[in-house]
Design a protein around this ligand. Structure first.
Ligand code: PEP
Ligand code: MN
Length: 341
């Protein structure tokens, strides 16, 4: 249910309503609007009618049901877009179009530091790099683990770029959270509900990728798992879905951007690297993402793609990344967004 408070309702009235929601066995999530506050009351769907009694409390304008199965993620609860602060002065979902760049996996100090320096020069705002890699084959490189996290922290120290890195196993959440500015949930874990619940208890932004076979609704339900635990800082990332097509690694669902924008207030990013699987297709999909209204990009960049331990064929060289970024600016401007630098 959504409890819509009256314009100018007191803080006391709001606190009373929150208290009542808890008494009735639900969790209140307050969304502070510009003119009025609303409270999303979520919990067991059975018996939610008892929340109707809140209608008569002081300061309450209306109690309305949330029709979508994803509640806190929906625009019904929060019509205005969420701007998610990563570090002071850097947010995703605001006016600025944010580009995250970096290798698929951290491989060495030189590799991650060199990439960080180069992408920063081109205008990237965050550095990505996997230390725990969810590989299709158990015989493939699995990542440098904690050593990789330490190297990411060194690259952050060197460049000031906040880091995005994936957590694969619930067992590693605490460790990864010690280093990461943004915790990534990969496509293979989109519906790992135990992991999502743990991430929902962190005070850290989560970059949630769409699973290769999850529908938009399932994707939003996954976001809901994180939100319902109290973590509001969720960023969605479309990275291509499985179709019959084999010319590309996955099929980039570009229309997912406007579809998600209509359904949810959460920011939406595009990963053109895993979506296409081929470096020469990355730049056009970056432009398409900006044109479609995405809030940013997650792009794989490697100083020497032919030597990459993973995903070399889809990784841009720093000079190609630079070229893409230069051309991207025009698309970002047309989309009424801004880019740093
Ligand atoms: C990645 O970002 O390196 C990754 C493994 O992506 P995905 O989970 O989208 O396959
Ligand atoms: Mn990759």
């Amino acid at each position: 249910m959504i409890i819509i408070m009256k314009n100018g309702a007191s803080g006391e009235a709001l606190a009373e309503v929150e208290k009542k929601i808890v008494e009735l066995g639900y969790q209140p999530h307050v969304i502070h609007g510009e003119t009025r506050n609303v409270i999303g009351a979520v919990g067991d769907e059975r018996g939610k009618e008892k929340l109707q009694s809140i209608q008569s409390m002081p300061g309450v304008e209306r109690v309305v049901p949330i029709l979508k199965p994803y509640k806190l993620a929906s625009r019904e609860v929060q019509p205005q877009p969420s701007e998610i602060e990563i570090v002071p002065g850097l947010a995703i979902g605001g006016k600025e179009f944010i580009v995250v760049g970096g290798p698929c996996a951290v491989e060495s100090r030189e590799q991650i530091c060199q990439t960080a320096v180069e992408i920063k020069k081109s205008g990237a705002r965050l550095l990505r790099g996997g230390a725990f890699k969810p590989r299709t084959s158990p015989y493939s490189f699995q990542g440098m683990e904690e050593e990789g996290l330490k190297l990411l922290a060194e690259a952050r120290e060197l460049t000031g770029l906040p880091i995005v890195t994936e957590v694969v196993n619930p067992r590693d959440v605490e460790l990864v959270a010690e280093y990461a500015d943004v915790m990534q949930v990969g496509a293979r874990n989109t519906q790992n509900f135990a992991l999502l619940k743990m991430l929902g208890q962190l005070d850290k932004p989560i970059l949630l990728k769409r699973g290769m076979a999850t529908t938009i609704q399932e994707f939003l339900m996954s976001a809901e798992y994180i939100l319902s635990e109290g973590n509001r800082r969720v960023i969605l990332c479309e990275r291509g879905i499985r179709t019959f097509e084999t010319a590309t690694r996955n099929t980039l669902d570009i229309s997912a951007v406007p579809v998600l924008k209509q359904l949810t207030h959460l920011p939406v990013m595009i990963d053109p690297s895993h979506a296409t699987g081929h470096a020469h297709l990355v730049a056009p999909m970056c432009y398409a993402a900006a044109a479609a209204g995405a809030d940013g990009l997650l792009v794989e960049v490697h100083p020497c793609p032919e030597e990459a331990a993973s995903d070399g064929p889809q990784s841009l060289r720093p000079k190609d990344f630079q070229q893409m970024m230069d051309k991207l600016r025009a698309f970002v401007t047309v989309a009424d967004r801004e880019m740093a630098g």
